[in-house]
Design a protein. Sequence first.
Length: 92
Amino acid sequence: WAFATLGTPAPQLFEAIARESEQRISSFKPQELANTAWAFTTIGMRAPQLFDAIARESEQRIDSFMPQGLANTAWAFATLGVPASQLFDAIA
């Protein structure tokens, strides 16, 4: 989140974060899922496997998201053009 907020590209760091996050995604809180998607999109980093994991986990816990988290998640997927029809259906 901090690197994305500062606009500091750090591809190797984000690649490592993506790999680790994919393994731990089930322990992420809804806000952490949203923040992760937001951060990767903000720096323009495509991480298909991570976004697939975020989508699956978000769909399962959609009722636990705050409205801002839903908006940020939808924005992140739409902005990067990541297909996630089931996630968007769940958000709707």
